[in-house]
Design a protein around this ligand. Structure first.
Ligand SMILES: NC(=O)C1=CN([C@@H]2O[C@H](COP(=O)(O)OP(=O)(O)OC[C@H]3O[C@@H](n4cnc5c(N)ncnc54)[C@H](O)[C@@H]3O)[C@@H](O)[C@H]2O)C=CC1
Ligand SMILES: O=C(O)CCC(=O)C(=O)O
Length: 467
């Protein structure tokens, strides 16, 4: 057990988080408050680890990732390069060659074409929920772990949808535009209360379920369709088919991920199956709704209103004139329709959500870079080891990503077996496996040779040593 003075010193050490460079000569550690509290509360001082042979940690942050993340990375001494927008392919390819970590939101496409240029990249942070913008399989095969924030912006999306339900039901967008342009148009025709109306939620995950509770509290009846059986919250009811939901709902809202199965989930036949005068809301991904078909269904009055937050193609940066037919061919038709609310992918854009996402994803990246823990990774086996103790001198943490084929562990343990293996954990996910091991009695002169032996093993994808 550590003395109170030692704990205090440790606390100061973590809190100041100064000069924590990723260079081989500097100490690195994790900064998050919850993690800090966990470490300190355990009353067992942990040995801070430093990366071997990765040089100074460089991180590229795109798409205006929140300040909380910048502070965490800077606090670690990482070299942070920050951009407000995403980058074009050419510039991205140039920048990605050198960095060890990259942070993006929903716009930056990290396809195989881009990722194959990354020479040092060990980790990708998606500072959002969706990870469809990253080629997760190629990343895993290249030994690059991907993290996201699974629910930090869910509430923000659910609240936006509640606002949109009322806005559509009362035609508030149109009334506001009219008055902004001098027209007083006091009408009640086809304007409704939402009380007693049926909300159909497609995808009852984090956002769908949160929305369900909010909608019920406002007097709506909730039904939902999901490919999985999911426990209902409140008095919501799961229906068996999408068509059943479409035939019953006054408002249909989509909260599914972008997958091949969800492409054009709502198209001409689905709009035809909906109730006359019903409404559509899409804050999931742009590919989930066939927007040309939606335009047609609205022109004939089948659909009385729509709120869209996401589009198949979205501009890479903010600016006037970017939302035009050059981006998506139906934009002028869509913008000429009445009772259509169009927002620029802001479902998760609140101060609360962005700050929480910044802390969550940055902390996961730091834990992976500094300690090797892949807990929460979306494309990687989840492996973690308890920290090394402060007094464990001559210990090395081995991080070894390899192809999931028979015999690899035998080869690796032959290399590690010259030392004392204090603890070891390995797991696999599809074609990829990840081994973490803490070994002791390692002379510092031997670290380079240990690294080279592991690097030269067959089926190795990435080797990292922390000590
Ligand atoms: N507009 C915005 O700013 C934001 C958009 N999103 C989008 O919302 C999506 C949903 O987010 P969460 O609720 O957190 O995801 P989640 O993973 O918690 O829930 C998704 C649900 O959809 C279901 N599902 C998958 N395929 C389906 C299908 N073909 N038909 C019916 N159900 C299906 C799943 O079983 C799951 O229950 C994200 O994948 C992301 O693309 C998320 C956050 C912000
Ligand atoms: O805030 C963003 O940039 C993207 C939000 C989003 O779509 C997500 O979290 O999946």
């Amino acid at each position: 057990m550590a003395s109170p003075q030692q704990i205090n010193n440790l606390q100061q050490h973590f809190q100041s988080a100064v000069a924590l460079s990723g260079s081989p000569n500097a100490v690195s550690t994790s900064p998050t408050q919850s993690y800090l509290a966990q470490r300190i509360n355990s009353m067992k001082p942990a040995k801070p680890l430093k990366p071997f042979s990765t040089g100074d940690i460089k991180i590229l942050l795109l798409e205006n990732v929140n300040q909380t993340a910048i502070e965490i990375f800077s606090g670690q001494g990482y070299q942070v390069e920050f951009y407000k927008s995403s980058l074009g392919d050419e510039e991205l390819i140039e920048k990605i060659q050198e960095v060890h970590a990259i942070g993006i939101r929903s716009k930056t496409k990290l396809s195989e074409k881009i990722l194959k240029h990354a020479k040092n990249l060990v980790v990708i942070g998606c500072f959002c929920i969706g990870t469809n913008q990253v080629d997760l399989e190629f990343a895993a095969k290249s030994g690059i772990a991907v993290f996201n924030s699974p629910f930090s912006n869910s509430r923000s999306v659910a609240e936006l949808v509640i606002a949109e339900i009322i806005t559509l039901a009362r035609q508030l967008g149109d009334r506001s535009i009219e008055l902004h342009t001098g027209t007083w148009n006091k009408v009640s025709a086809k304007c409704w209360e939402i009380r007693g109306k049926t909300l159909g939620i497609v995808g009852y995950g984090h956002i769908g379920a949160q929305l369900s509770v909010l909608a019920e509290s406002m007097g709506m009846n909730v039904i939902y369709y999901d490919v999985n059986m999911i426990m209902s919250l409140g008095t919501a009811k799961q229906v068996n088919t999408l068509d059943e939901l479409l035939g019953k709902a006054d408002f249909v809202t989509l909260h599914v991920p972008e997958t091949p199965e969800t492409a054009n989930l709502l198209s001409t036949p689905q709009f035809a199956a909906m109730k006359d005068g019903s409404y559509v809301i899409n804050a999931s991904r742009g590919t989930v709704v066939d927007i040309q078909a939606l335009v047609e269904a609205m022109k004939v009055g089948k659909i009385a209103g729509a709120a869209l937050d996401v589009y198949p193609n979205e501009p890479a940066k903010n600016g006037a004139g970017l939302f035009s037919n050059e981006l998506n061919p139906w934009i002028s038709e869509l913008t000429s329709l009445r009772n259509v609310i169009l927002t620029p992918h802001i479902g998760g854009s609140t101060e609360e959500a962005q700050s929480a996402i910044g802390i969550e994803v940055a902390s996961a990246l730091v834990k992976y870079v500094n300690e090797g823990s892949s807990s929460g990774a979306v494309n990687f086996p989840e492996v973690s080891l308890r920290a090394l103790d402060l007094d464990q001198n001559n210990s090395v943490r081995v991080l070894y990503v390899h192809q999931n084929v028979p015999g690899v562990l035998k080869t690796v343990n032959n290399v590690l077996g010259n030392h004392n293996i204090e603890k070891q954990f390995s797991d696999s996910r599809g074609d990829i496996a990840y081994l973490m091991a803490d070994i002791s009695q390692v002379d510092s002169a031997d670290i380079k040779s240990l690294y080279e032996q592991l690097e030269n093993t067959p089926y190795k994808i990435v080797t990292r040593l922390l000590y």
